[in-house]
Design a protein around this ligand. Structure first.
Ligand code: PMV
Length: 313
């Protein structure tokens, strides 16, 4: 059956998270998990938001000053599209786990925008959807780089770099690969808000900008090498780059016990590379497993984690 619900893609970051907030490159790919949303007219006289899976149900406050952080983030959509006065029910089906470093908040924003776009026939272009989802992300985690909403909108494997000036368009290049790259996503189950880890990195950077700029530059360099490795399908090299990147993310102190365990499990079972993905502090990891996806995924599950086999490109 055709699924008419509007959709926003979940994503993984293969290389470059956190540094991307400071202007470095990052590589991100959509995963086959998406948030879906529907919009329906009602006669309730307001905007009602329902997320049945999370037991969330609320009436959007017309006055932004009375909204909590969650309402503020999604509320921007209604303010911007001038739909705050409508009588409508939005139902959201979040098939991207929440706060797991898989871009769930951006995917939700994109799904809600698309549901409204379809319902009210607004004719929004993808770049407009993306820009609006970015504003939601900025509210959700302050200094968002824009990578999450971009992959959530376009659903493509991308090399991304934020614009130097606020308001300018970011650089994004679709990466076309001759062959797909097999990965295992390990989900720690420990929820972690990107706003918190991004804030921690910012505090550390403010205390010693030169030191942290050096780390961001190293991440930038290995991300660009990662593009070459992917295009040459040199997975050994890509794996090395992922391992080194994880070391640098560790230096930024955005890892956690669970993340370290998942990374060790992946490496011990033959992954060529393994690193945290997204905001960290919990959340998820990605492991590069060309030969032994099943084995790595099974070992993660045996240790009590969730695992998902995916291919990117
Ligand atoms: O944790 P996620 O899936 O929201 O990914 C965040 C990626 C960061 O680089 C840490 C933040 C950002 O805005 O780019």
């Amino acid at each position: 059956a055709v699924d008419h619900r509007a959709c926003g893609h979940g994503k993984i970051i293969l290389l470059g998270e956190h540094a991307v907030v400071y202007g470095s490159h990052a590589i991100a790919a959509p995963v086959p998990l998406a948030v879906r949303a529907t919009a329906q007219d009602t006669n309730s006289g307001g905007v009602d938001m329902l997320i049945p899976r999370w037991g969330v149900e609320y009436r959007l406050h017309r006055d932004p000053a009375h909204r909590d952080s969650f309402q503020r983030s999604l509320g921007i959509i209604f303010d911007q599209l001038e739909l705050t006065e409508r009588s409508v029910r939005i139902e959201v089906f979040p098939n991207v786990p929440r706060a797991m470093g898989l871009g769930g908040s951006a995917a939700m924003a994109v799904a809600v925008i698309r549901a409204l776009d379809q319902h009210y026939q607004l004719g929004l272009r993808d770049d407009e959807i993306n820009a609006l989802a970015f504003r939601c992300e900025e509210v959700a985690h302050g200094s968002a780089s824009g990578i999450d909403n971009t992959v959530a909108t376009y659903g493509k494997l991308l090399l991304y770099k934020r614009a130097a000036q606020k308001g300018d368009a970011p650089m994004m290049r679709e990466l076309k690969l001759a062959k797909r790259i097999p990965l295992v996503i390990g989900i720690s189950g420990k929820e972690s808000l990107t706003a918190v880890t991004v804030g921690k990195v910012r505090n550390a950077w403010q205390r010693n900008p030169a030191l942290y700029d050096g780390i961001f530059q190293q991440i930038d360099g290995l991300t660009l090498q990662g593009v070459e490795a992917m295009q040459q399908y040199d997975l050994e090299r890509l794996g090395d780059l992922m391992n080194i990147c994880h070391g640098l993310l560790n230096a930024l102190r955005v890892s956690s016990w669970e993340v370290e365990e998942l990374v060790q499990i992946a490496r011990e079972h033959g992954a060529l590379g393994a690193k945290l993905t997204g905001g960290g502090g919990g959340g998820s990891i990605v492991a590069l497993c060309p030969q032994n996806k099943e084995k790595v995924a099974a070992a993660m599950r045996d240790a009590g984690y969730q695992a998902m086999e995916v291919e990117i490109g």
